[in-house]
Ligand binder design. Structure first.
Ligand code: NAD
Length: 321
């Protein structure tokens, strides 16, 4: 069995490899050659922790496994990150454990890659201004990944605590992109692409704030009750997601479906657009929304890529297990 420790991931994995892995698995999900299994997520009644796992099987790539982990709010005081995850890959022919891979950095990279894939396939080609809503741990990963997909010339951003935007400003400047902290009204009025990446339980982006032609990648909502955009925005846009079942239960589209504003049939899997079996954006005036809920198969795809890279570089630890 192979082990790829968390500390090795940064030097092994690239944004381009994460993009390819996520785009490929979204395509397999839409082609029904890959399937996510039901998600488990529980408050364990200890250390205020939320623990769970996401699992699935990609029959084409033979990626079988799970990501296990969750959220331990007291970790920061111990000097470790609050979100902890580990990915386990199993041999699809025998069930033997094939690899254990550190999942913390990979989670951020695969989440940012999902937004980037949505921008690659759905945003207007002439998109120039990138708007980011949120400035937590994931936000800088989102900025780096999405900025590569279009010829952006500016970044505007909003966060509930504006002082926390300095980290994003530094990343934008490193990328050579002018950065401005703005109000939500100004962010909506100026942006061609908007990424929302918060843990909000209230709609942040409102209907009247978005202009025609915008692409929104809503990446923060991954739990029942969370929400980042007003539900009625969905009624005015073309809707896309990674997985429909997850989108309407724990993703952003749980709300417009519950409010009767849209139906499940109004949502298209991004993988179908990648495969060419569904249309994406149909005009420059259309608003497109991608609800990135985060699926286990994304984790397996990037972990499998990392294992291959670690083996090729002689970094993977081989354990007789
Ligand atoms: P974080 O705790 O580091 O940052 C949270 C961000 O949300 C901050 O910018 C904070 O200001 C903002 N926020 C919280 N409550 C808010 C409110 N009521 N109104 C406005 N802003 C609010 O979290 P993170 O690690 O950056 O993750 C952000 C979100 O993304 C979380 O909800 C997390 O669960 C989710 N996530 C999704 C995926 C996926 O695949 N879709 C993957 C990883 C994380």
């Amino acid at each position: 069995m192979l082990i790829v420790p968390e500390k090795e991931i940064a030097a092994l994995m690239t944004r381009a490899a994460a993009f390819d892995a996520v785009e490929g698995v979204f395509a397999s999900m839409a082609a029904k050659t890959a399937c996510n299994f039901p998600v488990i997520r529980e408050a364990i009644g200890h250390a205020d922790a939320l623990y769970g796992f996401k699992s699935g099987f990609d029959k084409a790539a033979l990626n079988l496994g799970l990501k296990s982990g969750g959220y331990w709010p007291g970790n920061a005081e111990k000097g470790i990150t609050n979100h902890q995850s580990t990915i386990f890959l199993f041999d699809a022919d025998t069930g033997k454990c094939r690899a254990i891979v550190g999942g913390n950095l990979l989670t951020a990279l695969r989440t940012a890659a999902a937004a980037a894939v949505s921008v690659a396939h759905l945003a207007r080609q002439d998109s120039k201004v990138l708007g980011i809503v949120g400035a937590g741990h994931q936000a800088a990963f989102q900025l780096r990944a999405v900025a590569e997909q279009r010829d952006f010339n500016r970044v505007v951003a909003w966060n509930r605590s504006p002082e926390k935007l300095n980290g994003l400003r530094a990343v934008a400047e490193e990328l050579g992109l002018p950065f401005q902290a703005v109000s939500l009204d100004d962010l909506g009025a100026q942006s061609d692409v908007i990424v929302t990446i918060t843990s909000s339980f209230d709609a942040i982006v409102q209907d009247g704030q978005i202009r025609a032609g915008t692409h929104l990648a809503c990446m923060g909502t991954d739990t029942k009750g969370k929400r980042e955009i007003a539900a009625n925005l969905a009624g005015k846009a073309r809707l896309f997601t990674d997985e429909i079942a997850q989108s309407i239960s724990i993703g952003e589209f749980q709300h417009p479906v519950a409010d009767g504003l849209i139906q499940q049939g109004d949502i298209t899997e991004l993988g179908a657009v990648i495969n060419g079996t569904a249309t994406g954006r149909s005009g420059d005036e259309e608003i497109t929304i991608f609800d990135g809920t985060g699926v286990g198969l994304q984790d397996l795809a990037v972990a499998s890529t990392v294992v291959d890279l670690a083996v090729a570089k002689g970094i993977a630890l081989d354990v007789d297990f």
